[in-house]
Write a protein that binds this ligand. Structure first.
Ligand SMILES: Nc1ncnc2c1ncn2[C@@H]1O[C@H](COP(=O)(O)OP(=O)(O)OP(=O)(O)O)[C@@H](O)[C@H]1O
Ligand SMILES: [Mg+2]
Length: 213
């Protein structure tokens, strides 16, 4: 750490992959860790940025798929993309072959440059592509609560109906699959104070690890 130049993050910092099902509390934990100084990177936000109007993936998508997947204002047409990916796995693989390297490169760049003693990658679907993420993070931290709590919290947050939230839940990895992949579990079945206490413990442990590297 002493070899890092002033003003630059050290070359190697501990990295957490933070995941959990929809509404489990990932963003709540990530916000706390960011507030305490961690370098927090949201994988979904990076993917969105790359495929927004003028984003770094648009030209490659246009070259591969023509205008069919691009909206009038030059962003990836997400509805069309979902239709295509659902209907044709080969097209889905083609699109992923374009997006994944670009997302990976951007995440690596942010993980190198964002200031903070350790890095938190927030990846909602980490367990769904576990092999890829295992090698990118040192520890997988899963935010966990009972599915019924996920449903009620998401309903309160978004106004979606229970059935809609449940169908999103069913499309994700199961609670058991996530827990099996976890190096550490944050139990978010109680109130936000309890979540904060656990997040603070994690933060302190990560500060300790950062010093040991
Ligand atoms: N312990 C808790 N008690 C009460 N409300 C909570 C608790 N934890 C999270 N919430 C609330 O539940 C909702 C879902 O939490 P959050 O947005 O952090 O989940 P998430 O895992 O990021 O979800 P998504 O996968 O949709 O991004 C939010 O409105 C949040 O404020
Ligand atoms: Mg979130």
């Amino acid at each position: 750490m002493s070899e890092a130049r002033a003003g630059e993050p050290p070359a190697r910092r501990p990295r957490i992959g933070l995941t959990g099902g929809i509404g489990s509390g990932k963003s709540a934990v990530a916000d706390m860790l960011r507030e305490w100084g961690a370098a927090v990177i949201d994988a979904d936000a990076v993917a969105h940025e790359l495929t927004a109007s003028g984003g770094g993936a648009i030209e490659a998508i246009r070259a591969a798929f023509g205008e069919a997947l691009i909206t009038a204002d030059g962003a990836l047409d997400r509805a069309r993309m979902r239709e295509l990916a659902f209907a044709d796995p080969a097209q889905r693989a083609r699109l992923e072959a374009i997006l994944h390297p670009l997302i990976g490169a951007r995440l690596r760049a942010l993980a190198r440059t964002l200031p903070g003693p350790y890095v938190v990658l927030v990846v909602p679907l980490l367990v769904e592509s576990l092999a890829r993420w295992r090698e990118r993070v040192d520890r997988i931290v899963v935010v966990d609560c009972a599915p019924e709590l996920q449903v009620s919290r998401v309903m309160r947050r978004s106004g979606l109906e229970a059935g809609q939230v449940r169908s999103i839940l069913r499309a994700q990895a199961t609670r058991e699959q996530r827990l099996a992949a976890a190096d550490e579990v944050i139990d978010n079945s109680a109130d936000l104070d309890s979540l904060r206490r656990q997040a603070l413990e994690l933060h302190r442990r990560m500060l300790q690890r950062a010093q040991e590297i």
